[in-house]
Every structure is written in C-alpha cells, then in structure tokens.
Design a protein around this ligand. Sequence first.
Ligand SMILES: C[C@H](O)[C@H](O)[C@@H](O)C(=O)CO
Ligand code: MN
Length: 418
Amino acid sequence: MDQSIINSYNEAKKLYAAHGINVDEVLEKLAEIKISLHCWQGDDVQGFLFKDKELSGGIAVTGSYPGRASTPDELRKDLEKALSLIPGKHKVNLHAIYADTDEKVDLDELEPRHFANWVEWAKEQGLGLDFNPTCFSHPKAADGFTLSHADEEIRNFWIKHCKASRKIAESFGRELGQPCVTNFWVPDGYKDTPVDRLAPRARLRDALDEVFSEEIDPQYNIDAVESKLFGIGSESYVVGSHEFYMGYGLTRGKAICLDAGHFHPTEVISNKLSSILMFSEQLLLHVSRPVRWDSDHVVTMDDELLEIARELVRGDLLPRTNIGLDFFDGSINHVAAWVIGTRNTIKALLRAMLEPVAELKKIELEGDYTSRLALVEEFKSYPFGAIWDYYCASQNTPVRENWLAEVKTYEKEVLSAR
Ligand SMILES: C[C@H](O)[C@H](O)[C@@H](O)C(=O)CO
Ligand SMILES: [Mn+2]
C-alpha cells in the first residue's frame, strides 16, 4: 500500500481516537456490511426472458448510453468489473426476467434450474443473491394490474409467478448459505381517481396471503414488500401504498421495503427507519435518488443518503436492515453507475460510523443542543476521506477516482465492442 495512504490514515485515526472512535474496529464492521447490487442497472431493466419487451409498470429508464449488457454472460462480466472496484463482499439482486435459460418459459413456470448459472457464478465469486418476482413488462400486466387484478385468471397467473419466485429464492438461500431477500413490488394502480379504492386492496391482501401461504425457512428466504406513492400511469392511486404495506408487513411478519423514491418529494425514508424497526424485525432499503419524482438517479453523497446511514448506525439498526440499491440510469456508463452508487452508499455508512455517537447522544440527553450542533457540523469535515482511501486500498480496490480509468479501459475494450 502507498505509504502516503498509511500516513494519512494514521494521522486521521488520532483525531477520531480523541473522541473514543476505534477506526480499525470501524473498518472491520464496515467490511461485514453487504450491499445488494441490483442487476437491472446493467441493462436498463430489460432482462433476458422476453426479448424486445417494452418496460412497463410505470417505471422508466432514460438515456441510451452504449454498451449495456444483453446476455447473462455480459451482465455477469459487467457486475464482476463493478464489484472489483467496490470494497467489501456483497450481494447481487436479480429479477425473475433475468433467468438464464434457452427454454421458452413464462414467468409462472420459472424454476430454480433456470437460475443455475447465476448460482454457480455467485458461488465462484463469493456473492449472495437476492430476488424479485417481475410483475411488469408482460402482456398479463398490460392494463396496469397484476396481483390485485379483478380477473381471477390473471390474478392467479401472478400468484403462481410470485410463488415460483419464492421457491427460486429459497434455492438461492440453500445453495449460497445465506438468506435471499425476495422483494415483492407490484405496480398496480390507476391513472385517474378510482371509485373503489378498497376492493383492489382486498384482492392484493388476499393474493399476497396466498403467495405466502407456504412457510419457507427464514435462513433461506426473507420476504419483503415494497410500497409506492405513484408511478407513471398510476398517478392517482397505487394499490400497494405505504399504509397498505405497513399494515401488511407488520401483521404478516414480512420485512417492509422502503424505496427512497417512493414517497412525496419532501418526504424522506431516513425518518421512517426507527419507527418501522420499533415494531418489525427486519427492513429492506432500496437506496435510490429521486429527482423531482421517482426518477431512480444514481445514488450520490447527498444529505438523505448520509441521514439514512446515520440512522442505521446511531440506532444500531444495521443488523436488522438489508441494504439494496435501486437506480437505473441509461445516460451514463452502466458499470460506472453501479460503482458510483455503491461506493457512495458504503462511504456514507463509513462516515456515519466515524461519528462520536455515544458522545453525541449523551450531549443530547443533557440538553446541550449547542454542543450537539457544533460537533455534528465539525465532524462533517473530519478526515473520513483518509480512512476511506485506506479502506479501499486494504480491500484491494482502487483508491479515490482511480477506478474510473479501469471503467474507461473496460468501456474501450469490452463495452464498445457490443
Ligand atoms: C425494478 C424494481 O423492481 C423496481 O425498481 C422497484 O423496486 C421499484 O422501485 C419500482 O418503482
Ligand atoms: Mn424499489
């Protein structure tokens, strides 16, 4: 390791030690945190099961940056590249449409064998896998309804798909020796104001009860449910609203998934973590960045990211929180998007772990809000960068922006040939 990185690290360590922070221990803890990299950033949410299907479900990818993956092998190669530039050992989050098979198989017939190549790859790479049923981009979702559809036949198709997804997830958990988090997000909703808000929600509740009717060992699979305020084409009403899934998750023992882009523009998820985990065992996060709407921009080191990280650290909520990413920007290099968003998420956690939490809590309890504000603000310019650089180097990943040259080379040698 470069001596200047070690020197800066040792100097920075002293400043943190003066506030009782053991930086070596912090880095050990940081290395334990797994971030789930969403495969769908790599190909603009296309998947491989149905070729040339338009993205539906009220989500949108903008941009046409060249080189996106169009086969499972390409996607895995791109993920490997991204992961080699990100410190730590992580997970990859698959959607059902990313099945790696030559068979012509519909969503309701998917089986673990259609993901065998993914499992083999995850084993080779030492990665965990997470999973999602894909309740969009399919003819049976064309009118915007899936699990809450009024037509029983369509509803049953989606129930079958979701059940199949849980079996696939269970197989991931068994094979990889770590739980697979299966996230259920359905886009169902109306563009315009509905007359009946209740009936679709009753259908969704019953459909989900059916989906979850089979017990699966939580050491293999953890179910999560994701709400949304609105989507494109479901501006007036979304069946699976926040209140719906708060109720559902809490009464059924399911993890609630909070996506940073699924709330009112000024509403933040950082302020929800401690409330939900007051009553729920587990949480799933979709760390994203909404810009004016649920635009799924690449995660940057903004105030909300830092606040999410602080909440997790200050409340000791990390052991009960599964951290997934959810953005899809088609306007920049797809591999770089993963690297930027994931490195930022880890860096934000590091920054939060380098705050004198015990001291700050004591000051707050004593009512010394002047010192609270002063210290929090001063810590914003403490030399966390030196610790981050050391961490990246010690994990054999590029320091600072050095990863960018590697992505540029990869773009020239691999992506541009696609
Ligand atoms: C592709 C994902 O399932 C999707 O992004 C979902 O998690 C979501 O956030 C929809 O807005
Ligand atoms: Mn999401």
